[in-house]
Design a protein around this ligand. Structure first.
Ligand code: NAP
Length: 300
C-alpha cells in the first residue's frame, strides 16, 4: 500500500510516498480502503522532529473510507460500510488503514468531511471533560476558530455552557454562528474578555498555545481551572494541566457526533483538500495558517 513517510527531519520536501506492506486488522479492528485522511498540526511538528525522535515515521491518525477487512469479533459493521475513525499506529495517510476505533459516517457527510472529525472531536471532548465544562459554566476558549477550537465551542454550547472565544477579527462572525461570543486575541485580551464577563470566567481552554496561560489563569481564578492542549512548556511553568491523547482518549465522542451533525448542532468545515501525492503542499498550507477548516488528503 502507498503511504506517507519521512526518513529524516526537515521541511515539507522530506515527505515521500512509499510502498509499505499492507496492514491487517487485529481483534475488534477493521481495515478500510482509505478515501480521505486528515492532516493535523502534529504532522508538521513530527516532521520537524519536535515530537517523536524515531525515524522513519509514517503519518496520520484519522481516516474515512470503505471497510474491506474485518478483525476477529467485529459484528457491528460489514465489508462495504462507510466508516471513519482512528488509526492508533499513526499510518492513516495511506491507501489502507486499520481503525482501532470507528463509527458509521453520517449520511450527510462525504469522506473528506468525515476524515476531518476524529482528532478535533476527540481532543475537544477530552479537554471539555477534563475541565468539567457543563451547563451554568462560562468557558473561555483561546484559539476558538480552528478545528479543535471550533469543535470545542460547539460541544461546549451543546452542554449548555456560555462560551467566549478568541479569534482573529475575520473569524468573529464565524464564532457567533457557532454560538460563542468572540473577542480578539493579542494585547488587551484580558480587558476585552472582562467586558463580556466582568467577574472573569469559570474555566479556560487554551487551544492555540499562544503563550497566554498567565492571562487565562487570571481570568479563570487559578491554574486548576485551565487546561492547554498546545503549550507544553507553559503548562509546566505555570502549573496548568496539559491534555494529550495518551491521557484517557474520549473516543466515545466519535459514535455520538453523528447525531449532533444530523440535528444541525455540529459541523466542521473542510478548508482544503489535496491528493495524497501532494501531502507536502498540504503541510506548506497548514504551516502558513489562515485556512479556516481542516486540511484533508484524498486517496484513490
Ligand atoms: N494535545 C492534544 O491532544 C492535541 C490534539 C490536537 C491538536 N493539538 C494542538 O492544538 C493546536 C490547534 O490545532 P487545530 O487543529 O485546531 O489548529 P488550526 O485548525 O490550524 O487552528 C489554529 C487556530 O489558532 C488561532 N490562532 C492563531 N494565533 C492565535 C493567537 N495568538 N491567539 C489565539 N488563537 C490564535 C487561529 O485563529 P485565527 O485564524 O482566527 O487567527 C486558528 O484558527 C495545535 O497546536 C495542535 O498541535 C493538540
Amino acid at each position: 500500500m502507498k503511504a506517507v513517510r519521512f526518513t529524516r527531519f526537515g521541511g515539507p520536501e522530506v515527505l515521500e510516498i512509499v510502498d509499505l506492506p499492507d496492514r491487517h486488522p487485529g481483534p475488534g479492528e477493521v481495515r478500510i480502503a482509505v478515501c480521505a485522511a486528515g492532516v493535523n498540526a502534529s504532522d508538521w511538528k513530527k516532521r520537524q522532529g519536535l515530537m517523536d525522535p524515531d525515524l522513519p515515521q509514517t503519518l496520520g491518525h484519522e481516516a474515512a473510507g470503505v471497510v474491506d477487512e474485518l478483525g476477529e469479533g467485529v459484528m457491528d459493521v460489514a465489508i462495504g460500510d462507510r466508516v471513519f475513525g482512528v488509526n492508533a499506529e499513526g499510518i492513516a495517510q495511506a491507501e489502507l488503514a486499520v481503525l482501532s476505533y470507528y463509527a458509521p459516517i453520517p449520511p450527510s457527510l462525504d469522506f473528506a468531511a468525515a476524515a476531518a472529525l476524529p482528532a478535533a472531536v476527540e481532543t475537544a471532548t477530552r479537554a471539555l471533560d477534563q475541565l468539567g465544562v457543563g451547563s451554568a459554566r462560562t468557558v473561555l476558549i483561546n484559539g476558538a476558530s480552528g478545528s479543535v477550537g471550533g469543535a470545542a465551542v460547539q460541544l461546549a454550547v451543546v452542554r449548555g455552557a456560555r462560551v467566549i472565544g478568541t479569534a482573529g477579527p475575520a473569524n468573529h462572525e464565524y464564532l457567533r454562528s457557532l454560538g460563542a461570543e468572540p473577542v480578539a486575541y493579542g494585547e488587551g485580551m484580558v480587558e476585552r474578555v472582562r467586558a463580556f464577563a466582568p467577574d472573569g470566567v469559570d474555566l479556560a481552554l487554551d487551544v492555540a498555545g499562544s503563550g497566554v496561560l498567565p492571562e487565562l489563569i487570571e481570568l479563570a481564578g487559578g491554574a486548576e481551572h485551565v487546561i492547554t492542549i498546545a503549550d507544553f512548556g507553559g503548562a509546566q511553568e505555570y502549573g496548568v494541566r496539559f491534555s494529550r491523547g495518551d491521557s484517557g482518549r474520549a473516543l466515545h465522542a466519535l459514535g455520538q457526533i453523528g447525531e449532533l451533525i444530523d440535528s444541525g448542532r455540529f459541523s466542521l468545515p473542510v478548508g482544503q483538500t489535496f491528493p495524497l501525492a501532494e501531502v507536502a503542499e498540504a503541510h506548506r498550507v497548514g504551516e502558513q495558517g489562515g485556512v479556516r477548516g481542516k486540511l484533508v488528503l484524498l486517496v484513490g
